[in-house]
Design a protein around this ligand. Sequence first.
Ligand code: RP5
Length: 185
Amino acid sequence: PSMGIVETRVNSFLKEENTDSTPVGPPRVGIIMGSDSDLPVMKEAAKILNDFDVSTEVRIVSAHRTPELMFNYASSARERGIQVIIAGAGGAAHLPGMVAALTPLPVIGVPVRASTLDGLDSLLSIVQMPRGVPVATVAINNATNAALLAVRMLGVADTALQARMAQFQEDARDTVLEKTEKLEK
Ligand code: RP5
């Protein structure tokens, strides 16, 4: 029941931020995080995936505070149709690695800057995985890149989505070129 309350908070938080229409269909990307204090960082991933019309589910799943939930979430994700998991955590950030141990799905870890160590602790906790259990780790607080990497992963088997990624890259290039042009004037 307490998870229900947290989920409601997560969903209303995302709704406030997201004015665009929500993608339809069952979730393809699971966005999970160790605490609702990670939400300000992790909501960026939800926004990007929303922009690409990729449906997501957002959950608070803590490796330390809700280990059974983490086990159930990770071990059932594949059969529920999830294709990529983005997991954010700070401090002793065990969530992405433990989830990667429990699922064959690709897991992208987001080190959240959450402690006096400025996120270096989170980064090292997530990136220093043992051989055999990979977690694709992005930069500290860079949930945007986690979402873009998830789009690229899905794009391997989804040519329409891959084309949208190529367009996104072209747009990014054009933006830089326009700025350069302005500087030259
Ligand atoms: C981690 O500890 C969470 O991922 C969060 O980044 C950090 C602090 O959590 P709270 O104490 O704010 O809940 O488990």
